[in-house]
Write a protein that binds this ligand. Sequence first.
Ligand code: HH2
Length: 268
Amino acid sequence: MGVVNVTPDSFSDGGVFEDAAAAIAHGRRLIAEGASIVDVGGESTRPGADPVPQDEELRRVLPVVEGLADGARVSIDTMKLAVAEAAVAAGASYVNDVTAFRHDPEMAAFVADRGLDCCLMHMLGEPRTMQRDPRYDDVVDDVKAFLSERMEAAVRAGVPEERIQLDPGIGFGKTLEHNLELLRRLHELTDLGRPLVIGTSRKSFLGRITGRDVTERVHATVATCVLAFERGASVFRVHDVAAVADALKVTSATVAAWPTSPRTTTTT
Ligand code: HH2
């Protein structure tokens, strides 16, 4: 899943693809590099981000969804029902909602009605405040219980389980230690029985470990994706598609030829 941020303030690429033509060209490049879906977003959810008014979010994302949907699978990264509705009318077929249908409870019925795929992500609190001293009893157990509850709510609203993917929400109300523990114990979330999405790309915990600036975290991102693949993730939301795609091709070829792999034993 390649990231196309049409925002002035995203944490790693804010302002770079604000212009629709630049964002469309970038999305096409990510597809050419190996992304099977592009995730278009018009509202930054970085820690401390202020909400974006609906009209502004629509203005940012709609031309880009329209420009990419002809020839590519497009996801809309939004928590707002009206934005999802307009994006789907413009050609999107996947809803990536970082609030897991909590911001707009009607989102579940919309996804069900239109037969869309969706990603339900864990976040503690909301972007403006989520990094203020986040606490868990056990981060993996708590995230797992949350995802299970949100999946049940979506199924109750009519979304078929096969349409749902789940994401532990790396960096969303998590300390460095929480992020590392989620990655280390990611295989525990495979019990939920749905594809796992993982979004570590360029995030600040990688900068804290490596001392690298946001534009220099490709290698660190690759390391986390390889590890996450081996522990059961199957969708990788990344900015640097070429590097991650190569790494995952090699990892996947190796794991497939390795009968004692932990990945094989956890999935059989
Ligand atoms: N991370 C971001 C945004 N959306 N969606 C899912 N499912 N998982 C994630 O980890 C995730 C996400 C934040 O990254 P980015 O879009 O690059 O930054 P910003 O929110 O500042 O635009």
